[in-house]
Design a protein around this ligand. Structure first.
Ligand SMILES: Cc1cc2nc3c(=O)[nH]c(=O)nc-3n(C[C@H](O)[C@H](O)[C@H](O)COP(=O)(O)OP(=O)(O)OC[C@H]3O[C@@H](n4cnc5c(N)ncnc54)[C@H](O)[C@@H]3O)c2cc1C
Length: 361
């Protein structure tokens, strides 16, 4: 008889785990209070960059290692999805205006000191920037190029994962507010029993994970027919680096703020001004762009900003994906499957497994 799983939360973590377990022959039921689109999830807001090396600016090497593994795993996932997803592997470019060049140097040093391999970053001059992004060459005379990084359309991903869940026979209960996620049991308007329950509720799991906090992130969607960029461009700045991430048909995502707050109300004027002026200083073509949408969410973060598996027999809570959901979800899924298969924690992940205790629960 196949093993049964109840997964609560259909953001990137819940959807990917549901697909992976289904592939292994499990009977999977996925619960979410949202619709299939998932517009209230953090995943719906996320910019969709897979940038393990750029993230070294602030993240630990462990995140880089998970990200590098995920970069290897994403192509297989893309093959598996029922629909194609806008997904590119043309690298990322980091630039700085002359007065912020020290920030670029700081990033260069930090990556050099922590990089797993020397070829993951190259210094580029004006001509090389022009080769990569012809419309930026005259504005920036130096930058850093990370050739192996990837990016994707987060919303296209959610849609493709949704279609694949349906195709593969995952039972998906939308509009289902869950009030208790326990070992072997999920409780909402009724109660369901499973061999294993997985809590993938992101910030919605706060009642069971008291140290979980939200980090507010705001971003903008611009339609800019005069702008042609083919890869994510980050602009170094002393307060926060800002990025511009391409989507199909001249749409660009400009983000993102990082504010210690769980407030997910509309974007503020200050944040909009900062993001818009950063975009304009990169490319004047953004002056005529249309602001087509703003999006705000709270990144689910644990005190050390690393992900965790809180486990006990019949229950795993997977949380703390923070600003790295797209970067690390495939690697986390692979680790979880290895754990369920063997009953032992893979060496690489020993530091992020915790037995669920009274304090975490
Ligand atoms: C502005 C911004 C930019 C980002 N950019 C990137 C990026 O470029 N690259 C990257 O790797 N990461 C990025 N991230 C981070 C990434 O989006 C998150 O790490 C990821 O989406 C977290 O996924 P999750 O599945 O854990 O949570 P979520 O996506 O929030 O999913 C949780 C789900 O649980 C459901 N839920 C919660 N409570 C209940 C309940 N009681 N009953 C039923 N359902 C419930 C919710 O409806 C939701 O669908 C960004 C985040 C933000 C905010």
């Amino acid at each position: 008889m196949s093993t049964s799983a109840g997964i609560v939360g259909a953001g990137i973590m819940g959807r990917m785990l549901a697909l992976a377990l289904r592939r292994e022959g499990w009977e999977v039921t996925l619960f979410d209070r949202d619709t299939e689109e998932g517009a209230n999830s953090c995943t719906w807001t996320g910019a969709g960059m897979i940038a393990p090396y750029c993230e070294l600016e602030a993240a630990e090497q462990f995140i880089t290692a998970l990200g590098v593994r995920s970069m290897d795993l994403w192509p297989d996932w893309m093959q598996h999805f029922a629909n194609p997803v806008y997904y590119k592997d043309g690298g990322s470019l980091v630039v700085a205006h002359p007065h912020d060049r020290i920030e670029l140097e700081r990033l260069r040093r930090r990556v050099t000191d922590n990089a797993p391999r020397p070829d993951i970053m190259r210094e580029v001059n004006e001509a090389q920037i022009r080769e990569l992004e012809p419309e930026l060459g005259e504005r920036f005379s130096s930058g850093l190029y990370f050739p192996f990084e990837q990016h994707m359309d987060n919303r296209g991903l959610m849609h493709a994962m949704g279609a694949t869940l349906q195709r593969d026979g995952v039972q998906w209960l939308t509009g289902m507010e869950i009030r208790a996620v326990e070992a072997g049991r999920v409780k909402g308007p009724e109660s369901w029993s499973f061999d294993w329950v997985f809590d993938c509720r992101g910030i919605g799991a706060k009642q069971d994970l008291p140290t979980l906090r939200g980090v507010r992130g705001e971003l903008l969607y611009l339609y800019a027919p005069e702008v042609n960029l083919s890869r994510p461009v980050r602009i170094m700045h002393p307060r926060q680096s800002i990025y511009i991430v391409p989507r199909p048909d001249h749409v660009y995502v400009v983000g993102a703020t990082a504010i210690e707050s769980e407030d997910v109300r509309a974007i503020t004027v200050r944040s909009s001004l900062e993001l818009l002026s950063a975009a304009y200083t990169v490319h004047t073509g953004f002056a005529e762009a249309r602001l087509i949408e703003t999006s705000v969410s709270a990144r689910p973060a644990l005190p050390d900003n690393l992900p965790r598996f809180f486990v006990k027999e019949g229950l795993v809570r997977i949380n703390g994906l923070y600003r790295h959901g797209f970067l690390i979800a495939p690697a986390l899924t692979e680790i979880m499957l290895a754990y369920l298969d063997s009953g032992t924690i893979p060496d690489v992940a020993k530091g992020i497994f915790e037995q669920e205790t009274a304090e975490t629960a």
